[in-house]
Write a protein that binds this ligand. Structure first.
Ligand SMILES: Cc1cc2nc3c(=O)[nH]c(=O)nc-3n(C[C@H](O)[C@H](O)[C@H](O)COP(=O)(O)OP(=O)(O)OC[C@H]3O[C@@H](n4cnc5c(N)ncnc54)[C@H](O)[C@@H]3O)c2cc1C
Length: 373
């Protein structure tokens, strides 16, 4: 029996769900119920203070960056920013290397000082001529050749995805820049910063509105028999919505192992990659990026895992078979007139936070013009 009624039911309290709830409430006066399976808001961007007082990112490090003034202006309504240059190192062959590959890495590799021109010339000799790379191996060898690929990329990617890079979409390794200058920032985007008081505080401000109800610890399927709505916004897994009728889409999951240490810092940078040693891919010490002043530190080791129902589907695995299956699910999704599929899981795409915010803002505009039509 229907006991409550909303304009929108929004499944998931991550960026996609929170942006839409906020826009619909503040711009159109629409009432939403946000249903979240987990016991907190924020989706994978959720952060919080751990038992020892250190601010950590609970689902892996979330480095906010964007090139979009519009997305930055939108989010800046809910937070001030702590500007940061995300720096990472890579441990292999018994030492730390600058990473992503840049002129410093090149000098470490050849064991002497060099210029950008010399690095450029060396890359020209090493790289494999491939016009249009069709997989992640080709993307890297076409930029830096086999040796650097084997040192920094192949082992990391295999651990992370349990697939050879040649069996993965070019976008996966193609995200990592290669530079011939000394810019050793992990990312190239114009704006790079973390919310000053953390991500969870951003979500609290977005969802703090009398027209937004949030129900945690609840699967949306458990409320739909008693809740009516004009339209649903779905940000959960695409295949799950359709009861996996074409088969389960492949995801990778992660296990996070945290350790608190009675020292101010543990490692030289926010993130150290381990492409060829250990079972974990990286150790993250997010305190380097948050700028928190605290006598202790917490580090997180990340162990890639197979996804099994009950674990968290963190990364969509974009191989050709999965893309084909995803396209079939997309066709079903497009035919659902009263449901919008928004965000990373719901579109089975590897999207960053700013892209998801952009996608949610675009969906809001679409819904608004539909209402005005
Ligand atoms: C390990 C990791 C590191 C990342 N690092 C970065 C980074 O550095 N920078 C960056 O920009 N992006 C990063 N991302 C991507 C970022 O997490 C996503 O872009 C963003 O969180 C996606 O938001 P979303 O709302 O689409 O999905 P989510 O944050 O996944 O939110 C979806 C929510 O829906 C809920 N849900 C699902 N099914 C149901 C259901 N049936 N009923 C109720 N609730 C349900 C889930 O519990 C979840 O909370 C990273 C992602 C991961 C996994």
């Amino acid at each position: 029996m229907i006991t409550r009624s909303y304009d929108y039911v929004i499944v998931g309290a991550g960026f996609a769900g929170a942006v839409l709830a906020e826009r619909l409430a503040t711009q159109l006066g629409k009432r939403s119920l946000v249903v979240e399976r987990r016991n907190h808001i924020g989706g994978n961007a959720h952060d919080g203070i751990d038992a020892s007082g250190v601010l950590i990112h609970n689902y892996g490090p979330h480095y906010f960056r964007t090139n979009s003034d519009r997305i930055l202006a939108y989010l800046s309504q809910f937070t001030q920013w702590h500007e940061v240059e995300y720096k990472i190192l890579s441990w292999t062959h018994g030492r730390l290397w600058n990473f992503p590959i840049n002129l410093n890495t090149f000098e470490q590799f050849i064991g002497k000082a060099a210029t950008s021109e010399e690095m450029q010339a060396a890359l020209e000799r090493w790289k494999v001529p491939i016009q249009n790379p069709t997989n992640s191996e080709e993307v890297i060898i076409s930029q830096v050749g086999w040796e650097l690929y084997e040192m920094f990329f192949r082992g990391y990617t295999k651990k992370q995805w349990r697939r050879e890079p040649k069996d993965l979409d070019p976008s996966i390794c193609g995200r990592i820049p290669v530079r011939t200058n000394r810019d050793d920032r992990y990312l190239s985007d114009r704006f790079q910063a973390l919310p000053k008081n953390g991500y969870t505080a951003v979500f609290e401000r977005m969802l703090d509105h009398p027209l937004i109800d949030v129900q945690l610890n609840t699967d949306y399927r458990d409320v739909m028999a008693t809740t009516s709505c004009g339209h649903m916004i779905y940000t959960g897994a695409l295949d799950e919505y359709f009861d996996c009728r074409f088969g389960p889409l492949p995801y990778r999951s992660l296990r996070f192992e945290t350790e608190t240490l009675e020292q101010e810092y543990y490692q030289a940078a926010m993130q150290v990659n381990y492409p060829n040693d250990h079972d974990y891919t990286r150790i993250v010490e997010i305190k380097h990026a948050t700028g928190q002043v605290c006598p202790r530190t917490t580090i997180v080791r990340e162990y890639p895992q197979d996804y099994v129902p009950g674990s968290e589907p963190y990364y969509p695995v974009l191989d050709p078979t999965a893309k084909e299956m995803r396209d079939r699910y997309w066709e079903l999704a497009e035919a659902e007139q009263k449901v919008s599929f928004v965000g990373r899981l719901a579109t089975f795409r590897y999207l960053n936070m700013d892209q998801v915010v952009g996608m949610a803002l675009a969906e809001f505009e679409r819904l608004r013009s539909k209402l005005n039509a």
